[in-house]
Ligand binder design. Structure first.
Ligand SMILES: Nc1ncnc2c1ncn2[C@@H]1O[C@H](COP(=O)(O)OP(=O)(O)OP(=O)(O)O)[C@@H](O)[C@H]1O
Ligand SMILES: [Mg+2]
Length: 113
């Protein structure tokens, strides 16, 4: 199993959500975050005065899936989250050791459906 963390623009979420549903993703966590990439968080200069550039509002999606679903999900996110402008976000893939559905005590891949 892998955890996919996708940081995306809030405005693309409806399309990304629909695409994930079509890939069979039901379980999903969504967080509102403030982030900075290469452009934000730097000291800028405005009329000779240094100022801190703002963080940007993003959404972070987290989903734990079986390995074979990782590539289709990456493709779906890339298709619907890309505007081509700076700030489109990032996707991170992490290993997951275990998943447990608390109600039934099921473990492993069955627990992530
Ligand atoms: N290395 C990182 N680790 C964790 N989060 C990151 C990292 N880089 C970017 N992010 C998150 O992703 C969001 C969007 O990043 P962004 O798309 O601006 O990346 P970038 O590297 O600056 O690429 P671009 O040049 O296309 O803007 C940031 O606001 C932040 O929340
Ligand atoms: Mg950026």
């Amino acid at each position: 199993m892998k955890k996919i963390e996708a940081i995306i623009r809030p405005e693309v979420f409806p399309d990304v959500r629909r695409a994930l549903a079509l890939e069979g993703i039901d379980g999903l966590s969504v967080m509102e975050i403030a982030g900075c990439g290469r452009q934000e968080g730097r000291t800028g200069l405005f009329r000779g005065n240094a100022y801190e550039m703002e963080f940007s509002a993003k959404l972070k999606l987290e989903m734990v899936v079986e390995d074979h679903l990782v590539e289709p999900i990456i493709e779906a996110i890339l298709e619907y989250a890309t505007t081509g402008e700076v700030g489109d976000g990032k996707i991170f893939i992490l290993p997951v050791d275990e998943a447990i559905r608390i109600r039934t005590k099921e473990r492993g891949a069955i627990a992530v459906y």
